[in-house]
Design a protein around this ligand. Structure first.
Ligand code: SF4
Length: 111
């Protein structure tokens, strides 16, 4: 398993209450999942176009290859400080589903 692998992009999508989607709730930057050059919006953008978007495929490929994903910098910062990151926690507590479909949808109220 690579040092940048995280299970979340393989099982989860996070949305703000306005429907815009991110990799997970630990992405604090304004980096939203992109579909055809636009922010993916749950309820407006086709779900499978979100889940199978080039953006998501690139993130997963980079994680498998051990390449850093800019949206995940918060986790890398925690790890560099010797803290347990959300990435590490998720990898320990979730497992890959039998099929490549999402198992989680999280949401957060906008601040
Ligand atoms: S590495 Fe961190 S920020 Fe990136 S998807 Fe996993 S938990 Fe979220």
């Amino acid at each position: 398993m690579s040092d940048t692998y995280c299970i979340y992009p393989f099982i989860n999508v996070h949305t703000n209450t306005d429907g815009r989607c991110k990799l997970c709730c630990h992405v604090y930057s304004e980096d939203y999942i992109q579909v055809d050059g636009k922010d993916a919006v749950l309820g407006k953008t086709d779900w499978w176009n979100i889940w199978n978007s080039k953006y998501m495929l690139d993130v997963r490929a980079n994680m498998y290859a051990g390449k850093p994903v800019k949206e995940c910098s918060r986790c890398y910062e925690h790890e560099a400080k010797g803290l347990q990151s959300s990435r590490q926690w998720a990898n320990e507590n979730y497992s890959m589903p039998d099929r490549g479909n999402p198992t989680h949808l999280s949401s957060r109220r906008r601040r």
